[in-house]
Structure formats: C-alpha cells, structure tokens
Design a protein around this ligand. Structure first.
Ligand code: UGA
Length: 446
C-alpha cells in the first residue's frame, strides 16, 4: 500500500488495523521504528505518509469512504478442527468481509490480497451479496460490490524492488470495470503488458502454484545437495550447470537449511488439502513431499552437527549465526533456524545465537523457552566473536552479508579445539576458516 501511495500521489490510501499499537508504530515519526524491517520501506513511507498514505484504527470509516478495499489479513494454517495442519484458517478473511459488508457505501471493489485457497472469492462474494442493496437511508443508493483477486508475489528483503518492478501483476475477476479500475492503479508504474488478467479461480490458484513451484525447486536442490555430499559432487557446480539451461534457469537453486517464511509451507499444505478434497490423492502426495523433504533437510543438518561433535552436543557451546528465515528481514516465521535449534536444545546444547535483526523476545517465542544458561539453553549474543566464544562449532543458518566477512583467525582463537564451522548456506569463507584451523562442512559439498 505504501508503494501504491508513493506511485499514485493523487490516490488516498488508508491502511487500517484493529491493533492500535501497530498503527501507532506505523505512525511513529522515527522511521526506524516501523514494525516491519524491509530495506527501502522507510524511504517510501517517509515520502507518502501524511500526504496520501494514512494509518488508522478507524476501520469502518475508512471502508465507507473507499472505492477499493484490499483485504490483506493473514491466513495461517488451521491448528484445529476440519483440515487442521493443512487447510487455511479463513476467520480473519471472513471477519473482514463482514466488516466491509457492513461499513461500505455505494459501489465498492473488494480486492483479495491475502493468499487464499481457491474459490475463497465465492465466500467473500456471498457475504457481501447478503448486504447488497441495503443503504443507510432510502435516499442513498444501496451498496453494491465487485470482488477481485490480486495476489502478491513480492519476496521479503526485496519487497520494494519487487513491487516497483514486478515480473507481473495478476488480477482475477469477472467484472471488466472493476478489473480496469485496479489495472489503472498499477499502470501508474507497471507496463500494461505486465498486467495479466484471468478469471478469479485461476488467479487464486496461480498464487498457490507459484509458491509451490518455487518451494519445489528448493527441496529439489536440497535433495541433490545431500546426494552431492555423499558422492563428491558440488551442488553449486551442479546448480550452475543445470541453471545454464534456459528451460531450467539459474534462480532459486541455492541449497540451504530448507525454506522458511510465512508462505511456502502454508501454501503447499493448503494445495495438498485442496487436492485431496477434490479427490486428487496422487497430486496431493506429490506436493506434500516438498514439505517432507524440507523438514528432513533440517533434521539432517541437526543430526550432522551432533555426529561430527562425537555424537553428543550435551553441555557443548554452539554459536548460531543467523535466526531470520532469510537475510535482510527480521521475520522468523517458519525459519529453518527454529527447527534446527530446537533439535540441538533437545540434545542439551548451549546455543549462542547472533542475528542482526531478530530480537531476543522473538527468539524466546520461537524456541518455546526464555534465554537461560546450562545444558539445553540458549542466549543471544551481539556478534560472531561472542557466538564463537568457548564454542565447539559455529552453525551458519541465515545468509546475512556480514557472515561472509568473518575474521577467522580471531574467531578460531576463542573456540575450543577441535572446532567446526557448519555452513548451511555456503555463505562463509570456508577456505579462510580452514586456514585458521577449523574443520569445515558446507552444504552440498562432497
Ligand atoms: C516467497 C516468494 O518468493 C514470493 O514470490 C511470495 O510472494 C512470498 O513467498 C509470499 O507468498 O508471501 P519469501 O518467503 O519472502 O517470498 O522469500 P523467498 O526469497 O522466496 O525465500 C523463501 C525461503 O526459501 C527462505 O527461507 C530462503 O532462504 C529459501 N531459499 C530461497 C533457499 O533456500 N534457496 C533459494 O535458492 C531461494
């Protein structure tokens, strides 16, 4: 919404949320205090806020004034009831649709921005239709709605660039006028040929499919990485060789500790659930394997660390480099670091975790225990040197740029020998670490 406001100065954009604390944070005069860390976002918000970008808790008022309403609430995996563990929990979407139905005035275009299971637009449409025709008074025109699907393809860490130069914008819908109104917004900065229009269901399904294909590439390369380690091949050479084939392409072939983030796993499980619902058991099993392999990769790395440290990590210090699910974000949702650290904590390790953006509070929530001391405990440290202090191993889990510039002789000095570097992202200077006397394991290197 900040980028839309930035690129369309004549359009008034109001972001509303029930959470007053969050809205206050978005209104904080200090742009460093925004609730989301995303490179470049502070500048965009700085340009548009107060001009045509507003953050407010006056939800119904803003809806009443709006020509377009974007529903951008979260759709986590259901934790209980029908479809628990796979289906998306649509309670926030439904609640939002009901609020829009109640508060809208005149004609309102309702845009699904949240990632939703296929045919969710029908649910939103039904809720809105129940309110159609009703108006605040007999003199005023009754309300009417058009529903569009406009999934988001940005990735965290590169969100601003992805939004400013998208590969494509996708708009699904049945009402040509509504599609045109939304497309006109994007045409302020997106070339017309990159704005694709489809029917509602294709648009909803394209989002799930895009994420499933991306995640599948990661599980594929991680599977091959394990095979490389077993055979003496090098996964980076293999990725480079296969990526040179233009039909395969070179992106999204980096082996690592498995994919994290709020979407890949959730969207694939949702796809799996829907395939089963429609009687497509084989298709469901095929995609489910992408998630299975992802978890396997995380267990494999934890087990490997334990094995190399003579079969036990109990009471041993391990420095963990990176906790976010990828670099340049403070987001830890489904971060591979969570599963791997939990395995090591269960085995009694003492984890010294460093991450440039993740708070201790967030780590405590994710690891299910507060910072502490003794066997099976973790605590946060401010830099790599302190993560290494007294440690038998360093485990690199997030590809922060700073981890490629480690002073290995200084680090080796403070570690206990024999010392290990386990580089699950192939980000560190392995040769320098070896030269400083460490044993080095790099993902996918045989
Ligand atoms: C992903 C998609 O890339 C976006 O297109 C989509 O809009 C978004 O999900 C969403 O649905 O919200 P995001 O999760 O922010 O974006 O980040 P990615 O860059 O896709 O990375 C996801 C995970 O895969 C990270 O843990 C990353 O480290 C890992 N990854 C990525 C690899 O292990 N190897 C790679 O080659 C690429």
């Amino acid at each position: 919404m900040a980028v839309i406001a930035d690129r369309c100065p004549q359009v008034q954009v109001t972001v509303v949320d029930l959470n007053a604390e969050r809205i206050a944070a978005w209104n904080d005069p200090d742009l460093n205090q925004l609730p989301v860390y995303e490179p470049g976002l502070d500048a965009v918000v700085g340009r548009a806020r107060g001009r045509n970008l507003h953050f407010s808790t006056a939800v119904e008022e803003a809806i009443a004034q709006a020509d377009l309403v974007f529903i951008s609430v979260n759709t986590p995996t259901k934790t209980r009831g029908l479809g628990a563990g796979q289906a998306s929990d649509l309670r926030w979407v439904e609640a939002s649709a009901r609020t829009v139905a109640k508060a809208a005035q005149g004609h309102t275009i309702v845009v699904e921005k949240s990632t939703l299971p296929v045919r969710t637009a029908a649910v939103i449409q039904e809720i809105l239709e129940a309110a159609e025709g009703s108006g605040p008074s007999a003199q005023q025109v009754g309300k009417t709605f058009s529903v569009l699907s406009n999934p988001e393809f940005l990735a965290e860490g590169t969100a601003i660039a992805d939004l400013e130069h998208p590969d494509r914008v996708l708009i699904g819908g049945q009402d040509p006028q509504a599609i045109e109104a939304l497309a006109a917004l994007y045409r302020h900065w997106v070339p017309a040929e990159r704005i694709l229009t489809t029917n509602l269901w294709s648009s909803e399904l394209s989002k799930l499919t895009a994420n499933a294909f991306l995640a599948q590439r990661i599980s594929s390369i991680n599977g091959i990485a394990a095979f490389c380690e077993a055979t003496g091949a090098d996964v980076r050479e293999v990725a480079c060789a296969i990526g040179a084939d233009s039909r395969i392409g070179s992106r999204f072939l980096q082996a690592g500790p498995g994919f994290g983030g709020s979407c890949f796993q959730k969207d694939i499980l949702n796809l799996v659930y829907l395939c089963r619902h429609y009687g497509l058991g084989e298709v469901a099993a095929y995609w489910e394997q992408v998630v299975t392999l992802n978890h396997w990769q995380q267990r494999r790395i934890a087990r490997l660390v334990i094995t190399k440290l003579f079969g036990t990590v109990s009471g041993k210090r391990i420095g963990v480099l990176g906790f976010a699910f990828k670099a340049d974000t403070n987001d830890t949702r489904e971060s591979p670091a969570i599963r791997i650290c939990r395995h090591l904590l269960e085995e009694g390790a003492i984890l010294q975790i460093v991450d440039p953006k993740v708070s201790e509070r967030q780590m405590a929530l994710d690891l299910g225990q507060p910072a502490g001391s003794g066997d099976g405990s973790w605590h946060q440290v401010p830099d790599v040197l302190q993560a290494a202090s007294g440690a038998d191993a360093l485990l690199l889990l997030t590809e922060w740029q700073t981890f490629s510039r480690i002073d290995w002789p200084a680090v080796a000095e403070v570690m206990r020998r024999p010392a290990w570097l386990f580089d699950a992202r192939a980000k560190a200077d392995g040769a320098a670490a070896r030269a400083a006397g460490l044993n080095v394991w790099t993902v996918g290197e045989g």
